[in-house]
Design a protein around this ligand. Structure first.
Ligand code: XMP
Length: 484
């Protein structure tokens, strides 16, 4: 992935098979918006522009982009006009796509023909097939575009002529080799949370360098109920892996630091920074440490605004939350280029048991970002208990493997209720469950009403301090999966 500021000569020197211009939040006709010179489209290299990228292509090549009267947003039926287009090979003539734009292409550039449209958008896609230029207004890269992968495949395979033989086993092999070369006989410290990402990273590292690896697991007091002990059971001395495992009980230290802090980004920064401080302390105890491993994955990088010009949505604990000063030579992030489904594939490839690989993701800042507002020990206990009940009932209903991610969050809302003839003034728990493949987009999962009802009744009866339970229906976008 390269910035739009990349020099044309550099692009030529790379001699890519194709170029994809991504979407972005700007308007291409405004002065400071990301742009590129016309020459990019004259290299004889196929170019696919998506959303902003499509508008930019039209703008630069002499078409017209204007602000629309209405924003087109959400799932939209796209009607394919040119079924012989290479992009639409094998795609239905009416296909559901994800639209998200204010600006629209009111006139295509000379040499282009419109290949699809929607009710509101006269040009949902266009092409100059002779020159290998394709512009798509909607987002084939998100899950909501039902045949989006097929369209991208058609561009990469059909137009660019790539062979599509990249496989996960190459990834694992190559990473092990690269890690060995990079690390030499250095010592490596791994930030192990017990979640899918850091577990896969840890096992990858342990396969590559064995005993040179020490895994530090910080119990920051923001883990799910009993999770600290569960992680220790798997990665500790009793577990199946050859690695040095250290558990640090830093619960009180975190609660102290988070006292009175309500702002989500401030909480994330504190939790992220404290992580690094704890590691630095552990590193000192172990002696000289050269590398720090983190289980950062690609969506973390993009959403922290480091993967190009994407707007900063939230600073992820593993990336944007890093303090400036770090007492290690270098950070190793072997999964930085992978999406979650690919991380899982890598995990299976590494022989990690399925129950670990398919464990649902848990964010680095943990319950800290599932408790709206100030984090206190009391609130942690409430959300832990509610979440444990929710997970238990989802598993009882046989839904635990089919839902992408589900958890309870503690809203900061308190409301009046009545229990056993007594007035209560307690918190509301929000239940979240989403289906997603890439975690960049998601939809709320349809959980049977009886299951939700049972969870509600158990939480109200078993968790003190809660008198209301709600189910969050919001998709991503516009929401995010976590609450903060
Ligand atoms: P959002 O809330 O951004 O979440 O839609 C997308 C996925 O990322 C996880 N997540 C995080 N993971 N550090 C992590 O390691 C973080 O700071 C973080 N924030 C969110 C989230 O659980 C979901 O799977």
């Amino acid at each position: 992935m390269y910035s739009y500021k990349t020099d044309l000569e550099k692009i030529k020197a790379m001699n890519p098979k194709g170029i994809i211009l991504t979407g972005g939040p700007n308007s291409c006709y405004e002065a400071d918006s990301p742009t590129y010179s016309k020459e990019l489209f004259e290299l004889g290299i196929p170019v696919l522009g998506l959303c902003y990228g499509a508008q930019l292509m039209m703008h630069v090549l002499g078409g017209k982009v204007e602000k629309a009267d209405h924003r087109e947003y959400g799932k939209t039926e796209v009607l394919v006009d040119k079924t012989s287009s290479k992009i639409f090979e094998g795609v239905s003539e009416k296909t559901i796509c994800w639209m998200s734009h204010f600006d629209y292409i009111s006139q295509v550039a000379p040499g282009f023909e419109i290949t699809s449209h929607t009710d509101n958008c006269p040009c949902a896609s266009s092409e100059n097939a002779e020159k290998g230029l394709y512009a798509i207004q909607f987002h084939p890269e998100v899950l909501h575009t039902q045949e989006g992968s097929k369209m991208l495949y058609n561009f990469v395979r059909g137009v660019c002529g790539c062979c599509g033989d990249w496989r996960m086993d190459n990834f694992v092999e190559e990473q092990i080799k690269a890690i060995r070369e990079k690390v030499g006989d250095g010592k490596v410290l791994c930030a192990l949370s017990g979640g899918v990402d850091s577990s896969v990273a840890a096992v990858l590292l342990s396969k590559a360098i064995g005993n040179q690896l020490t895994c530090v697991f910080v119990d920051h007091g923001l883990l799910r109920k009993n999770e600290g002990d569960e992680v220790e059971a798997v990665f500790g001395p009793e577990g199946p892996y050859e690695l040095n495992f250290i558990r640090v009980n830093a619960q009180q230290r975190y609660y102290e630091k988070l006292k009175g802090v309500e702002e989500p980004e401030a909480k994330r920064k504190i939790i992220g920074e404290e992580f690094i401080r704890v590691f630095e302390e552990e590193a000192k105890k172990i002696g000289k440490v050269d590398f720090l491993v983190q289980g950062t994955i690609y969506p973390d990088v993009v959403e922290s605004g480091l993967g190009g010009e994407s707007a900063v949505i939230k600073s992820h604990h593993n990336v944007g939350g890093l303090p400036d000063h770090v007492d290690f030579k270098e950070i190793i992030e072997p999964l930085r280029d992978l999406f979650k489904d690919e991380v899982r594939k890598a995990g299976l490839e590494l022989g990690i048991p399925e129950y670990l690989v398919f464990r649902q993701p848990f964010p680095g800042p943990g319950l800290g970002i599932r408790i709206i507002g100030e984090v206190t020990e009391e609130k942690v206990k409430i959300v832990q208990d509610a979440d444990a009940i929710y997970r238990e009932e989802i598993a009882n209903a046989g839904l635990d493997r089919s839902i992408g991610q589900y958890f309870a969050a503690l809203t900061n809302m308190r409301s009046v209720g009545v229990m056993g003839d007594e007035r209560t003034y307690d918190y509301a728990i929000a239940l979240r469950a989403v289906n997603t493949i890439d975690f960049m987009t998601a939809e709320s999962a349809q959980i049977p009403y009886e299951v939700l009802n049972k969870v509600m009744s158990r939480i109200i009866n078993e968790v003190r301090g809660v008198n209301r339970v709600m189910y969050d229906l919001t998709s991503k976008p516009p929401g995010t999966i976590e609450f903060e």
